[in-house]
Write a protein that binds this ligand. Structure first.
Ligand SMILES: [Zn+2]
Ligand SMILES: [Zn+2]
Length: 392
């Protein structure tokens, strides 16, 4: 089959590789019909994530048709159409039973690498390095899906792939960010970062009852997209724009009820990098990332909530914890508990409450993927979201 392979820093190639096979009785093989490139894939491209190996298949956002199932897979059969969550969960450990699926104890065979840094490891992930489990990704024609009784969500309706594909990561991730923001009807919510997760955080904030969403970014195409779903926008790169002042002005001086930091959305990398990378690289990342976190802590109203959909992994400098304490704010964060959100969000799509395909800017083939990684990394061609048809 054809697959998009990581071949080293800034080096991605579409290669012919062996088809995946069932390794365990609970595996399924999925014929991929659509897959996407995620912002966090750029960190693999840029070589920030340790424990990648030349030839690793990329991709954690994918859907397709069940080709083959292991003998212990009862929930799926050949021909079923499914979306697969990017986190892999066993469904049976204490964490899965508490619905904190992203903390699954049984799906990262290399958990010891994470435990050394964090005390405990989260779940395994598709296509995201050996320390996250070493699972082959879905930017390919076929993929092996372990724990297939638990993860894949069957799509029974005839909704096109593009409307349901983002249930694999970014829609649930944006929605959980909105839920973590503890939005009450009538609230004002500020969202930093209008990339794909930020977009779905904005859309979800409205679905959860926000009266107003203020979106902060600098890229015109992203701000335009945020406006198209009803957000007020602040371009922080404009001269004379001070984000904190703008937020105060827009909230009669009190500050937003909730703040969502969706700039950390690519933070898989920071998470690993903070621990394993050279001090120099870590510091370079950390001079950037806490800018939004600091701003959000400063901006949120007294007693408000800060939601962080991205993962900050290192030791952050100069975070105003005193302000957080002094204002009595709530902070919620963490990797997405995918399995909890996929079905309810599919129902919202089926009911026509949202069409997630609005964020797609590019539709490409597997052969075009290496070039698109480069174009996206360089922020050219107004890329917002890239979808791949592996059979085109
Ligand atoms: Zn993703
Ligand atoms: Zn589990």
């Amino acid at each position: 089959m054809k697959a998009v392979c990581w071949m080293g820093k800034s080096k991605v190639e579409t290669l012919s590789v062996p088809d995946p096979t069932l390794l365990n009785p609970h595996d399924a093989i999925i014929k991929v019909t659509k897959t996407a490139i995620c912002g966090s894939d750029l960190h693999l491209y840029d070589g920030f994530i340790p424990t990648m190996e030349s030839g690793d298949i990329l991709g954690h956002e994918f859907m397709g048709i069940v080709e083959e199932v292991g003998k212990d897979v009862a929930n799926l059969k050949r021909g079923d159409r499914v979306v697969v969550p990017f986190t892999i969960a066993c469904g049976n450990c204490a964490f899965c039973k508490k619905q904190v699926w992203a903390a699954c104890d049984n799906t990262n065979p290399n958990a010891h690498l994470m435990e050394a840094a964090y005390g405990y490891s989260g779940s395994g992930l598709f296509g995201y390095s050996h320390m996250m489990g070493g699972y082959a990704g879905g930017q390919a024609q076929y993929v092996r899906v372990p724990f297939a009784n638990v993860g894949p969500l069957r799509i029974e309706s005839d909704l096109p792939d593009e409307k349901v594909l983002f249930l694999s990561d970014i829609f649930p991730t944006g929605y959980m960010a909105g839920e973590n923001a503890q939005i009450q009807p009538g609230d004002t919510v500020a969202v930093w970062g209008c990339g794909p997760v930020g977009q779905f955080a904005i859309a979800s904030a409205f679905m959860l009852g926000a009266a107003r969403v203020i979106a902060i970014d600098r890229l015109p195409e992203r701000l335009e997209m945020a406006r198209s779903i009803g957000a007020i926008t602040v371009d922080y790169s404009e001269q004379d724009v001070d984000v904190l002042t703008a937020l105060k002005d827009l909230t009669a001086g009190t500050g937003p009820d909730s703040c969502i930091d969706a700039v950390g959305l690519e933070a898989h990398s920071a998470e690993l990098q903070g621990v394993y990378d050279a001090v120099k690289t870590t510091l370079m990342m950390e001079t950037d990332r806490p800018i939004v976190l600091r701003q959000a802590i400063q901006a949120v109203r007294k007693g408000g909530t800060l939601s962080v959909p991205g993962v900050y992994g290192g030791l952050l400098d100069k975070v105003p914890f005193g302000a957080a304490f002094g204002k009595g704010i709530t902070m919620k964060m963490g990797q997405t508990n995918m399995h909890k959100y996929m079905k309810p969000l599919l129902e919202r799509i089926e009911q026509g409450q949202i069409d997630p395909s609005y964020i797609i800017s590019h539709r490409i083939t597997l052969e075009q993927a290496p070039e698109m990684y480069k174009i996206w990394r360089d922020k050219k061609d107004n890329v917002t979201k890239i979808v791949i048809d592996p059979w085109a």
